[in-house]
Design a protein around this ligand. Structure first.
Ligand SMILES: Nc1ncnc2c1ncn2[C@@H]1O[C@H](COP(=O)(O)OP(=O)(O)OP(=O)(O)O)[C@@H](O)[C@H]1O
Ligand SMILES: [Mg+2]
Length: 375
């Protein structure tokens, strides 16, 4: 563990995973009792890690469960979704690849999949379908987890990451209805659907006129508390023969506003620069490094914003709360009241800012620092 005691950029589920005991319990209880669960939080707060950790824990205590874990991040059509879903569901139903081929051949009534198996079947197994045929019997694939669960007398758990991506499919509304209608009848399959676009996720799950309304329990994941971070950061330093004073660790958490990814990233940069004992100067250098590393991303984010949106962010930075007051609009050049309302909603819907008490705050603490430095 000497080269990098802190982890960011990939899911954490073992030693680098902090706490979340209540969330794990709630998710585990839900899933093992057949309660479908939705998890919503902004990017990089730890959804995927939480699901991975919880599923690992369920897997330990039950060998008659198949896990389908699928990231829809790169999936943009319902055909792609169905193909990936079919492949992963078949793979989840057994740990023998010979079974996959048998199942793929026997489980469908109408569809005939083309199966491809490479020299390394575990990593090189795929199914494809004839598009026209697929259109006519999507239901068979949508119901596949349940069909396999019944056939093999097991439970299936289906975890779909970045689920809001389905809202971008061409025939989304009909497809969404179909998913809901079929999934809610299933007795042996439980779904965990999570995503980071809060506005879109809420629109799918929290809107009484939409099919996924009341599909199951909705969890809004929080950040991790400062106290937990301090304990974690100091112990990671200690375990690797270095030291960080508790008040400095506390500063790290506060600077990054307890944002899981960034606290880990900043801690790592400090650790890299620390010979024995870290101090304020190292913290500042590490922060500069973090901002520099992420600058291209912030730049392109800022370039995608209009001038009035940038001005509105400046008003938010200065803790303005009454954005449509004449003075504020004039001082920050925010445009008309309609502009302000529209820009505010766009920035909220894109998870750049969120409401906080009476005002607003940035969601990305390091972007906020970069923004202060540049505007
Ligand atoms: N429980 C945790 N303890 C410590 N660090 C965590 C925890 N959860 C997440 N992190 C940190 O946050 C980073 C992002 O976690 P993860 O990928 O699980 O988040 P996510 O919400 O799924 O993100 P995305 O929206 O990008 O998919 C991890 O790489 C890790 O650095
Ligand atoms: Mg994720």
């Amino acid at each position: 563990m000497n080269s990098s005691p802190f982890i960011y950029g990939k899911t954490v589920s073992n030693s680098a995973f902090i706490n979340r005991k209540d969330e794990i319990n709630r998710l585990k209880t839900n899933i093992t009792n057949g309660v479908n669960t939705t998890i919503i939080s902004p990017r990089r707060w730890g959804k995927s890690s939480l699901v991975e950790k919880t599923m690992n824990s369920i897997a330990k205590s039950s060998d008659k469960t198949g896990f389908v874990i699928l990231d829809l991040f790169t999936v943009s059509t319902s055909e792609q979704f169905l193909e990936k879903f079919a492949r992963e569901t078949i793979k989840a139903s057994s740990n023998k690849w010979e079974d996959w081929i048998n199942n793929a051949g026997s489980v469908f009534r109408k569809l005939i999949p083309k199966i491809h198996v490479g020299p390394d079947p575990v990593n090189d197994f795929s199914l494809s379908f004839d598009w026209d045929e697929l259109k006519k019997s999507e239901e068979e694939i949508i119901n596949l987890a349940e069909t396999l669960a019944v056939k093999k007398n097991i439970k299936m758990i289906v975890c779909l990451d970045e689920f809001q991506n389905i809202a971008g499919f061409k025939n989304f509304e009909a497809f969404e209805k179909k998913l809901r209608a079929i999934w809610q009848r299933q007795k042996n399959t439980t779904y965990c659907l999570y995503g980071s676009k809060r506005h879109m996720m809420s629109n799918i799950f929290n809107n009484p006129s939409k099919p996924f309304y009341k599909f199951g329990d909705i969890m809004f994941l929080d950040k991790i508390e400062e106290k937990q971070w301090v304990k974690y950061i100091t112990s990671r330093f200690n375990k690797t023969g270095k030291e960080i004073p508790a008040d400095l660790a506390s500063k790290v958490a506060r600077l990054m506003q307890n944002h899981p990814w960034y606290v880990q990233q900043l801690s790592q940069y400090i650790w890299n620069r620390t010979k024995e004992l870290s101090d304020q100067e190292i913290l500042e250098e590490a922060l500069t490094e973090l901002i520099n590393t992420n600058t291209p991303f912030y730049q392109s984010q800022a370039e995608s914003l209009s001038i009035t949106q940038i001005n509105l962010l400046t008003a938010v930075i200065n803790s303005e709360t009454k954005l449509t007051s004449t003075e504020v609009m004039k001082y920050y050049k925010l445009g008309t009241p309609r502009n302000v309302t529209k820009n505010r909603d766009t920035l909220i819907n894109n998870d750049i800012i969120q409401r906080k008490n009476k005002g607003f705050e940035f969601l990305d603490p390091a972007f906020e620092i970069w923004f202060r430095q540049n505007y």
